[in-house]
Design a protein around this ligand. Sequence first.
Ligand code: 5AD
Ligand code: FES
Length: 347
Amino acid sequence: MRELIDRLAQEHTLTQQEFIDLLENRDAALDEYLFQRAAAVRQEVFGKQVYLRGLIEFTNYCKNDCYYCGIRRSNREAQRYRLGEGEILACCREGYGLGFRTFVLQGGEDPYFTTARMCALVETIKREFPDCAVTLSIGERPREDYQAMFDAGADRYLLRHETADDAHYRLLHPADMSLENRKRCLWDLKAIGYQVGCGMMVGSPGQTAAHLAEDLLFIRELEPQMVGIGPFIPQHSTPFAVKPAGTLEMTLFLLGLLRLMLPRLLLPATTALGTIHPQGRELGILAGANVCMPNLSPVSVRKKYALYDNKICTGDESAQCRGCLEARLASIGYEAVVGRGDHPDFI
Ligand code: 5AD
Ligand code: FES
């Protein structure tokens, strides 16, 4: 298996069967080998720097009904909230003071936040913070809408593809959603000029090594600037409440593979990874990740953005995720940096 990892580092891709072999035969020794190679590649491109983004979860209303997600529209238990423009700007001001130069506006697919409202919001943020990047993560929209928000000043867009396999996509989503449209969105975002992020959950119900290999090949083809991956974690009031969670080990392994496949990738150590293991995010960095996205949302709403159970950084202690993460990164020899943290191709 080591020769496959060597070849991935050299050629930046493998066949689907080779990816499957790696995923099905990984063990602790192979993990170590992969993480060392991935860390060396990341060191060459980014040194010991880890980029921070201030995450603002500004609405948990959602018109979609994805079976895995705690803020799906059918979840009557979800306590819905939506931040006003003033509250969002207050989060940005606080974040700016803490050193954040990227704000990630993430929300459910909330019809209240029309493209006109989003454009106005982006323009206001960019006017007050011209040295900051704005990342949007608000789901599927028509191409013209993506274009309008880009013209309003949005720099980046996160939209996980969730799975690159059509049948698996249909197992995770109701019939009114399609992988085809998800991919169309991602290609449109790329063509418009956004720095684009896709990604998938690791260990989602029904997922096989072949599905993950398809994910890797789709990512290879799309060549996004960012990839967000984290373990699937069940949420108690969804149809997948009793499904097993994804594992730390498989998530870390995929982070390592992604680093070798796309050396300049912006790759976050996600909150879900930090949720399934107390040192999940630190281990993610050591496996090849180079981004952390601490929560900047008002503490009063954080528990309500409950995509999955036991999410970290939602209690009173989390008012200061910035300092917490800085200390965590320092403890493993990494440095949280102030700056936009653009993909190297966009500097
Ligand atoms: N476990 C882990 N990740 C989840 N997401 C949604 N629900 C869950 C869950 N139960 C992820 C999806 C989505 C992102 C915002 O959060 O991948 O794209
Ligand atoms: Fe949020 Fe540590 S990063 S509490």
